[in-house]
Ligand binder design. Structure first.
Ligand code: ADP
Ligand code: MG
Length: 346
């Protein structure tokens, strides 16, 4: 929990005091945010754009463990996971609201830290915090963020638009967030047993992937620059295999992913090996990478070719061909949303 030395009880501030404290730190960036915190509801001007709305809830003990997640990082991540969903529609995030259930074990300073992370993400992604709700919780912390984004109608991308033979493309690299979590869990277990201080040295990249993920708003901007519109898109929160299956099912097609094409960072690869895990399996099933998985028409290949931010990992097929992983020897395996048993330890 908070490592700050002073502790101000929430009860000393009260709900209204807390809301005022939050409001005083918020600066609206968009003139289209007409009314933010302070009335019964926020008001904004859509200026003719289509609006996209998404909510993600993070529950203590289910989605995060305050034993090793700093509150500032948690606040940042709570915003990022919502921004990622807006980006996955090929839309630009503009506004969020934040609902909190808080127990009195959290001092005001802890809430400050949480909002510091949320407001940093707001700044980085150009998002206005325009409202929320605050209530009490018997013990755990619950954070529910709703994000609103906008796009021109013709720019919106759904999961359902992929066509047979479209290329399957992914941004960044995969499996890092999962391996970061494995390191954190291992060090927590060691600490519990022996009291030894966590040894996190050399794991910067994968720890950052787990604790401070980023949403790929830059990829949405890249599409505009390259004049590419994906035919279908989804963000990777549950793992590549699961999301590829979602895309295929929604589009009424099949999919083929080539194992050797899946982008994996060297540090992810090495840590997976150290844990006796198959790196590809971590990338396929790990989750929480918040990269974008999308399909493009083959005719657009020339526009994306060689771009270091994205990798073509496969293609769509007819529905009857199913959802398949092609291994390094060319063998076909059915993709499964949780392929742990089949691929875990090699
Ligand atoms: P009401 O009782 O009408 O729902 P509240 O007292 O809950 O009003 O909220 C007052 C204002 O403060 C509203 O603008 C609301 O959006 C905002 N607000 C409440 N809680 C939060 C929060 N945790 N973060 C940001 N804004 C909040
Ligand atoms: Mg309210």
């Amino acid at each position: 929990m908070s490592e700050t030395t002073s502790r101000t009880e929430l009860s000393a501030l009260g709900e209204f005091g807390l809301i005022e404290r939050i409001a005083s730190r918020v600066q609206l960036q968009h003139a289209t945010s007409i009314k933010g915190i302070g009335d019964d509801a926020a008001v904004f001007d859509p200026q003719g754009f289509h609006q996209v709305v998404t909510t993600d809830m993070l529950v203590e003990g289910v989605h995060f463990d305050l034993g090793y997640v700093p509150l500032k990082h948690l606040g940042y991540k709570a915003v990022v996971v919502n921004v990622s969903d807006v980006c996955a529609m090929n839309a630009t995030p503009k506004r969020i609201t934040v609902a909190l259930a808080l127990s009195n074990r959290f001092p005001v300073e802890a809430i400050d830290e949480l909002y510091e992370g949320m407001l940093l993400a707001c700044k980085n992604y150009g998002v206005d915090l325009v409202g929320g709700d605050t209530c009490s919780s018997p013990s755990g912390l619950v954070i529910s963020v709703t994000a609103i984004g906008e796009a021109r109608k013709e720019d919106l991308v759904y999961r359902s638009g992929a066509k047979d033979n479209d290329l399957l493309v992914v941004s960044g690299d995969l499996g890092g967030a999962y391996m970061g979590l494995q390191v954190l869990e291992r060090e927590k277990a060691v600490f519990k047993e022996t009291g030894a201080q966590p040894d996190l040295a050399g794991h910067d990249y994968i720890l950052e992937r787990q604790l401070k993920p980023e949403a790929r708003k830059d990829i949405i901007e890249l599409f505009r620059k390259l004049e590419v519109k994906p035919t279908a898109m989804i963000d990777i929160s549950d793992g590549l295999a699961s999301e590829a299956i979602h895309l295929a099912r929604s589009s009424g097609s099949g999919v083929r992913i080539y194992d050797e094409k899946i982008p994996i960072d060297p540090s992810t690869y090495k840590t997976a090996r150290d844990f006796d895990l198959d790196p590809s399996t971590c990338a396929l099933n790990g989750g929480e990478d918040y990269e974008l998985l999308f399909t493009i028409a083959q005719a657009d290949y020339e526009k994306v070719k060689g771009n270091p931010s994205i990798t073509v990992i496969g293609h769509m097929t007819d529905k009857a061909s199913g959802c398949m992983l092609v291994d390094k020897q060319g063998g076909l395996h059915e993709l499964r949303a949780q392929g742990w048993d089949a691929f875990l330890r090699k």
